[in-house]
Design a protein around this ligand. Structure first.
Ligand code: ASP
Length: 338
């Protein structure tokens, strides 16, 4: 594909491991990540007709082993390669944590260049592995002038999803990636990338401000919870908490005082465990409702789900010297999402 200046696009493919890179090894029972970025690129027929490809193997891990420190380091690397003239970047990794890695890249990387994350649900030893097709589609998006300005996107199964909304919704289906709140931004059709929705510009948090990445807890509410986990968090070293509440943003009434005590110790963000929609602000009035929790100093996650909120709060804390600044940065990102 051609860039705005009518030369072939330069696309960097960075690999981190995951199913897409996993094959059988003598030492293990199942498949394990082993293929390099160059191996992945070599497995895709016709890829070099789309763009000039450069490769880099950055990690070789199941995606549950990727840390936010890794993603910060990856963001710095991508920023440098974009400055060197790369037009777009494809990150290949395990699908288990794509929801979080893609949103971290979205928050940290400013500028219009396409940043595309992809993976595979079927490994290369299975019938019909989806990795090569996903890499091809991802490179088409990374090379496309139409994909500029979308922020970080996830391309799987020929669909283009905004990192801020995408969720993994199924353990094994090829159609596992969905954006339940708004649908995909577009799709890949033959050689064309169709972008039919454009997200708002996301308020970024500067990579230059980042210091150590702190621990932020994610607590999902379940029926009958009494809040005892919340009492352990500060002593365990957490510097922030995201509560994934029921429905519109609720917790059992008995938990509400513990939430308030936690707010005195660290920023606490309220999200919904439903998987779509926004946390409400002022509909319900019972103890443990969204209105009650907000009045106790909890911060609304808005339309960010708990995993995306945890990313945003972690990065905001890593970029801030004091609590109020961190909350300001979190809210800035949250409010730019929709
Ligand atoms: N099942 C995962 C994948 O799709 C494994 C991982 O996330 O690394 O790649």
């Amino acid at each position: 594909m051609l860039t705005n200046t009518d030369r072939r696009a330069r696309v960097l493919v960075v690999s981190l491991g995951g199913t897409i890179a996993s094959t059988t090894a003598q030492s293990a029972h199942g498949v394990v990540p082993q293929l390099t970025a160059q191996d992945l690129v070599d497995s895709v027929p016709g890829l070099h007709e789309v763009a000039d490809i450069e490769t880099l193997s950055f990690r070789q891990v199941p995606s549950g082993d990727i840390t936010l420190d890794d993603v910060v380091a990856l963001s710095r690397l991508i920023r440098d390669r974009l400055k060197d003239g790369v037009d777009g970047v494809v990150v290949t990794q395990g699908t288990d944590t794509i929801e979080e890695t893609s949103f971290t890249l979205d928050v940290l990387l400013d500028g219009p260049s396409p940043i595309v994350v992809t993976g595979a649900m079927r490994n290369p030893t299975q019938a019909s592995p989806d990795g090569p097709g996903n890499v091809l589609a991802a490179v088409k998006v990374a090379a496309s002038p139409d994909a500029r300005g979308l922020g970080c996107v996830v391309v799987m199964n020929d669909l283009v999803h905004a990192a801020r909304f995408v969720r993994k919704t199924h353990t094994s289906s090829l159609a596992t990636f969905q954006s339940p709140s708004c649908g995909p931004l577009g799709w890949v059709k033959e050689e064309r990338v169709r972008v039919v929705l454009r997200p708002n510009h996301l308020a970024r948090i500067s990579l230059d401000l980042l210091k150590d990445v702190p621990r932020v807890a994610l607590i999902t509410c379940a029926i009958g919870d009494d809040g005892r986990t919340l009492r352990t968090l500060a002593a365990s070293g957490y510097r922030g908490t995201v509560i994934e509440g029921f429905g519109a943003g609720h917790v059992p009434g008995v938990m509400a005082p513990d939430v308030e005590n936690l707010v005195a110790q660290m920023p606490v963000v309220l999200c919904s465990r439903t998987g779509a929609g926004e946390v409400l602000d002022n509909t319900y009035g019972f103890v443990g409702s969204e209105t009650d929790l907000l009045s106790r100093g909890v911060i609304s996650g808005g339309s960010l789900d708990a995993r995306k909120s945890r990313v945003a709060l972690t990065v905001a804390l890593a970029a801030s010297v004091h609590r109020e600044h961190a909350i300001e940065q979190f809210v800035h990102v949250r409010d730019s999402v929709v």
